[in-house]
Design a binder for this molecule. Structure first.
Ligand SMILES: *[C@@H]1O[C@H](CO)[C@@H](O)[C@H](O)[C@H]1NC(C)=O
Ligand SMILES: *[C@@H]1O[C@H](CO)[C@@H](O)[C@H](O)[C@H]1NC(C)=O
Length: 150
């Protein structure tokens, strides 16, 4: 049942959002506008394969729609509709993430992050929800990437 649901979800998403081959959905970027999303190794597939025991690198280009001096990254793996937090080595995105803080309204930024794919994670399909929040907790970007851990 879950597999059928996620399959129809993937079909729905793939008809609506496509950048190169990586598929993503904007899940509510209220304080920013997403320009592009890339995950290393996922350039040529419709589902992003995350290799167990390796690092996955994410790059999001976005325009900030406000001035903010703080940014916080938050990642969840949504499995069967249930969001589970993915521990990130660096949640303060003003550090080592390519952002020059404070962010200015109307400027373009390239956010980069690395996430370790623990061998302890189950090897299943997961919708990766990656958010970057501004000082008041609102999303500069929110993207969902259909993925599978192998
Ligand atoms: C992610 O980037 C790191 C260096 O920042 C590199 O060692 C690693 O191989 C990259 N991962 C992938 C899947 O390309
Ligand atoms: C930001 O990027 C978008 C899309 O690439 C571009 O159209 C826009 O001119 C850029 N804005 C600035 C301020 O560089």
């Amino acid at each position: 049942m879950t597999a059928v649901k996620s399959f129809s979800f993937l079909l729905l998403v793939s008809t609506v959002f496509t950048t190169h081959a990586l598929i993503y959905k904007d899940c509510g970027s209220v304080c920013g506008k997403v320009r592009s999303v890339a995950v290393s190794g996922c350039e040529n597939s419709n589902i992003c394969i995350l290799r167990s025991g390796q690092n996955a690198n994410l790059t999001v280009v976005f325009t900030s729609l406000e001035d903010t001096d703080k940014t916080k990254a938050s990642v969840h793996g949504i499995i069967g509709g249930v969001p589970l937090p993915f521990p990130l080595p660096q949640t303060d995105a003003c550090q080592n993430s390519g952002l020059d803080c404070p962010l200015n309204n109307g400027k373009n930024y390239t956010y980069t992050a690395t996430i370790p794919i623990s061998t302890a994670y189950p090897k299943i399909k997961v919708l990766v929800k990656w958010e970057l929040q501004e000082a008041h907790g609102k999303d500069l970007f929110c993207v969902e990437i259909p993925s599978a851990i192998l």
